[in-house]
Structures are given as structure tokens and as C-alpha cells.
Design a protein around this ligand. Sequence first.
Ligand code: MN
Length: 243
Amino acid sequence: MKIDMHCHLDLYQNPFEVAKECDDKGIYLLSVTTTPKAWEGTKLLAHGSSRIRTALGLHPQLAHHRAHEIELFDALLPEAKYIGEIGLDGGTNFKKHWDIQLKVFRHILKSSHNSGGRIMSIHSIKSASEVLDELKSIDGIPLLHWFTGTQGQLKRAINMGCWFTVGPAMLNTKKGQALVSMMPKDRILTETDGPFAKFNRKSLMPWDSDIATKQLSELWHIPVALVHEQLEMNLKHLVKLNH
Ligand code: MN
């Protein structure tokens, strides 16, 4: 089972071809969006595929331009089973928009909580503590995507019940490896974050989540087949939790 739990399918140059290839290759894919306006169009990419799920999102790096789309977010929420990409970004370029990011993130979490909770793919660059603060007493399952916080923040996330999606770029760094080795094996899924994330200077494709599977096999000292088994069990468990 090939799994890419955080991919920007709609942002590839040829998204319909990529979606078709995902279907041919049997990839289970969470197709995240960056604005509520992208939801309808991105959902079309999943049309005819039984393994692509579309997530309704509002990316923290766009919050200052797209805060007004929060109404559209709420209108679409009843039909969205998955949420993402959402979160906070405390990096140098986005810290200046912190207040509006926080307002948007809080609104989304509250709406999602009030409508029964969702699986949520969450961005937490330079904001892990603040993201975890906001997740307190929110129903749903947070998937912390490409977690780059400290080991202490990671421990807190684990204790709060968070899940983690990890990709080739993260697993290629010593820091990323140290974090992933601390994560519970039964709460990890693979991702690519393509086409944004790169590996060997090339934009990652959804099927490159295979690279992460190999990296996990090295990190966990178990054969690739057992990693696949573990990830498959995890995905089934996660989907069950969502019902
Ligand atoms: Mn992303």
C-alpha cells in the first residue's frame, strides 16, 4: 500500500495526469488544499478514484490574503471529511501576519470541533507550541505534517494524541530522523508535500512516498515490507477513528 497523506495535487502543472497516475499506481492520497476556493476544482481530481480524498484547507501562509474565505470554509465544511492544510507559521516571512493567522486557525478549529471533529493536516513551522495550545480540547485527529519542533514539543504532541506525517525531505535530515525515531510507530503515515517539497532537487511526486518508506525501514531497522504493513494498519486505524 502506497500512502501520501499530504500532497498538493492541484498545484502540479498537469494535475489530472498526476491524479490518473496515482490511481493507476494504487496510491492512497490525501489531497490538501490551500484555500477554500480551491476545494471544488481540487475535488474534481479525485473524481473516479476510490483512493484520493480531498481536504478542505486554508494555508497559514495565505491567511492574510484569504481570511475572507473563512465563510466559504464554513459553508463547505459539512461535505468535507478531511481538513488541511491549516495551521500556523512563525517563520520570518509570515510572523508579521501572526494575528490574522491565529484568528483563521482558531475559527477553523472551532468550526470543525462544532461539527463533530475531523482529521486535520496541520502545518506548524516555528509555531509548534502555539499550534498545540490551540489544539487543546478540540475534537478530531491532528496529523502534524513535517513536524520541525523540538523534542520536548514532540513529546507534548505525542501525549496529546497527535499523529504524524513524514516525508523524504524530513527523513533526509539528522534532526528529522531524531524526531521520527521518537514518534510512536502506530501513529505515523508517509507524505510527500509535493510539488513544494523536493528531494535531490526534484519536486516530489505522490509515488515518491516510497522513498520515505525506505527511509523508515532504515530508521526502524525492519524490512520495507514490514514498514508497509505497519503503515497500512495505521491508515486503517485512522480511517476507523474518523467514523
Ligand atoms: Mn503542504
